[in-house]
Design a protein around this ligand. Structure first.
Ligand SMILES: [Zn+2]
Length: 111
């Protein structure tokens, strides 16, 4: 966490933003979401519409460092140059060009 923020306030703000669009307002709550941090504790009782929205938001989230999976070793730790930190394999167009070049050099050396 770089900027300090209150997670419970973020959750409350999310609910405020989504709840007005509940097609069936006033229906029975289906979930309780609790947040406990150093700043305090909050519990939110939410309906079907809000909990579904929360799940969709969570599913849609991708970590800024998530650059996919290494085709070589399956590691998920690719750096900003798409270079695998585990096995060293380079991905993307540059990775393909380098791999192609390395294969050609190896083939020429074999001749
Ligand atoms: Zn790898």
């Amino acid at each position: 966490m770089s900027t300090p923020f209150d997670p419970a306030a973020v959750v409350a703000e999310f609910i405020d933003r989504v709840a007005p669009y509940d097609p069936q307002p006033g229906t029975a709550p289906v979930a309780v979401v609790g947040v406990r941090t150093a700043l305090g504790e909050a519990t939110f009782t939410v309906g079907d519409h809000v909990i579904r929205a929360m799940c969709r938001a969570l599913e849609a989230y991708r970590d800024p460092d998530d650059r996919g999976t290494c085709v070589e070793c399956g590691s998920r730790r690719l750096d900003e140059n798409l270079h695998c930190r585990e096995c060293g394999r380079l991905h993307g167009i540059l990775g393909e060009v380098i791999a192609h070049h390395a294969r050609r050099v190896a083939a020429e050396e074999a001749m």
